[in-house]
Every structure is written in structure tokens, then in C-alpha cells.
Design a protein around this ligand. Structure first.
Ligand code: CU
Length: 150
């Protein structure tokens, strides 16, 4: 049973990988644990905008095991995550009117889905970007790299 689960997980991971070839839309899953189903995505600058669809397959509520998807430059992750904690759940644990936040989604709990669409105009080819979950305590382990290619 465990092996089957693992194989399904691998299959969904490779689906994410192949989706990243299209590079304008991504499906990412989260659950009652601290990781994203994809730890890397590659965006093409030729996309006018990028959409990330986030799905929480767990059961725990947002106030206990909420997750979101926040994008910043790699150098801004720590500070934005720290400031986001103080913003609270109602603000999706994201500092408001902070231009270091390139994009962010709502915080969702088990069974929830959300999506965020953002322009690629502020992304530089070859720039270093990190997406992470800004729920308190999650950003250290729950993150991935976003690459931008021409
Ligand atoms: Cu989280």
C-alpha cells in the first residue's frame, strides 16, 4: 500500500515536471505536512503571466495546517516570512503593501484550492527566486526554486 502511494506520488511529481515544459501554468499540491509537491519550477519569460494552482489534499483546517504560495527574491525570503507572521491569517501571513512580495496566494486548509496569477514583467531571466509557504514556521522547509528562462 505504501509503495502504491509512493508510485502515485512519483507519477504526480512527473506530471508537474512535464507541466513545467509549458511553463505558464503549474499545479502544486500540499497536504498535512510541510512540503510542496514540486520543489522547482521553470517559468518562461515569454509567458505574459504565470498561474499557480494550489491544492491542499490534507484534512487539517487553515489555522492549524494552512498553506499558501508566496514568491520573492531568494534574498527576501527570511525577512518577508518573518514579517508575514505578524500579519496574521486574515492577511494570509503576508506583509501588506510590501513590494518585495512578487506574488502570493491565499492561505488554504485541507480540501481547499486557490490560485494566483502574476505578470512575468518583474521577473528577470536567470534571477534567483524562491517560493515558500508563509504560514508561521513553514518557510524553512516548505519552499522551492523558481527559475526564469528566456
Ligand atoms: Cu504551509
Amino acid at each position: 500500500m505504501k509503495l502504491v502511494t509512493k508510485m502515485v506520488l512519483l507519477a504526480s511529481l512527473s506530471a508537474v515536471t512535464s507541466l513545467s515544459q509549458a511553463a505558464c501554468s503549474f499545479d502544486v499540491e500540499v497536504g498535512d505536512y510541510l512540503r510542496f509537491s514540486a520543489t522547482e519550477m521553470t517559468v518562461e519569460k515569454s509567458c505574459d503571466s504565470v498561474t499557480v494552482n494550489l491544492k491542499h489534499t490534507g484534512k487539517l483546517p487553515a489555522k492549524i495546517m494552512g498553506h499558501n504560495w508566496v514568491l520573492t527574491k531568494d534574498t527576501d525570503v527570511k525577512s518577508v516570512a518573518s514579517k508575514g507572521m505578524g500579519a496574521g491569517l486574515a492577511a494570509n501571513y503576508v506583509p501588506q503593501d510590501d513590494n518585495r512580495v512578487i506574488a502570493y496566494s491565499s492561505v488554504i486548509g485541507g480540501g481547499g484550492t486557490t490560485s494566483v496569477t502574476f505578470s512575468t514583467k518583474d521577473l528577470s531571466v536567470g534571477g534567483k527566486y524562491i517560493y515558500f509557504c508563509s504560514f508561521p514556521g513553514h518557510s524553512y522547509g516548505m519552499r522551492g526554486t523558481l527559475n526564469v528562462k528566456a
